[in-house]
Design a protein around this ligand. Structure first.
Ligand SMILES: Nc1ncnc2c1ncn2[C@@H]1O[C@H](COP(=O)(O)OP(=O)(O)OP(=O)(O)O)[C@@H](O)[C@H]1O
Ligand SMILES: [Mg+2]
Length: 265
């Protein structure tokens, strides 16, 4: 059973405050939280605070243990992140990168288990045929999938995904998020994903937090958060929101709002 919470998170770069007392909803096994907000609203900074990469104020608690009191390597075995930037296009092959990452993290798997895990992850992400190709010959989307493979390698309880589908085509966007969902059903855990695609967020997230300038402006179910007023306020776009057969919101973006105000329809 995984329970993850992050409360009162504040962070700065130099003298510039980026995050202002952000409280995420407490997440329980099988839940996916979508982190939405415009460019520069602080999504990646928040992700970096949650992994411990960025210094911050506030409390991050996993299964009753405060992150600050946990052994760092134990934390990194349970919490993995896929950063917004994919692995560099180097001469390394995806297989080599997976093995060297596993060694560096001192993962608790035998060589046989690791080989099986790597094969399984590559198969699920359609990377099997690229496993022995240098990263610099892979397309941007395939390198993004290698970034996800690296995060999945350690089989974390908390999976943090920073724009995991931004470089992927329509098919792979859904395959990736279906895989993330299936994984939660199979083994539990929680996922926090920064996303720009509102339809994917509505379809795959149980809860959504909408950030603007480092502050939460709305938090709740996709239906509660993805409203024309919230979207006008935060993204400065006029939208029409309908419901699909499951009652989930479907957002149609109509036009940007130059004045910053929602246009009455
Ligand atoms: N290393 C850094 N040093 C200084 N300022 C930074 C640094 N990284 C990010 N920032 C600033 O922090 C703010 C939030 O950036 P962040 O990358 O968290 O936004 P984001 O919501 O992830 O945006 P995007 O959707 O474009 O990825 C921005 O104003 C950005 O310029
Ligand atoms: Mg970002």
């Amino acid at each position: 059973m995984t329970i993850f919470s992050a409360t009162g998170i504040s962070a700065s770069y130099g003298r510039t405050r980026i995050l202002h007392d952000v409280d995420l909803p407490e997440l329980h096994d099988d839940e996916v939280l979508g982190l939405l907000g415009p460019n520069a609203s602080g999504k990646s900074t928040l992700m970096r605070c949650l992994t411990g990469e960025k210094t911050h104020h506030g409390r991050i608690v996993l299964d009753g243990s405060d992150r600050d009191e946990m052994d760092v390597s134990a934390w990194h075995r349970r919490v993995a992140t896929m950063p917004q930037t994919p692995p560099n296009p180097s001469v390394l092959m995806p297989t080599e990168l997976m093995w060297s990452t596993a060694r560096a993290l001192d993962l608790d798997f035998s060589d046989r288990e690791l080989a099986d895990r790597i094969e399984d992850i590559f198969n699920r992400l359609g990377l099997d045929e690229f496993a022995l190709s240098p990263l610099h010959v892979l397309s941007g989307g395939k390198r993004q999938l290698v970034g996800l493979a690296l995060a999945l390698l350690r089989d974390p309880d908390v999976l943090l995904l920073d724009e995991p589908t931004s470089a992927l085509d329509l098919h792979w966007r859904m395959v990736v998020l279906d895989l993330v969902r299936e994984r939660l059903t199979e083994r539990g855990g929680v996922v926090i994903a920064a996303l720009h695609d509102l339809d994917l967020a509505a379809r795959y997230c149980d809860r959504i937090v909408l950030l603007e300038a480092g502050q939460i402006v709305a938090s709740g179910t996709p239906g509660e958060v993805l409203t024309p007023d919230n979207l006008a306020r935060v993204y400065h776009v006029e939208t029409s929101v309908s419901r699909d057969e499951q009652g989930q919101p479907v957002v149609q973006v109509i036009r940007p709002i130059r004045s910053g105000k929602q246009v009455a329809r």
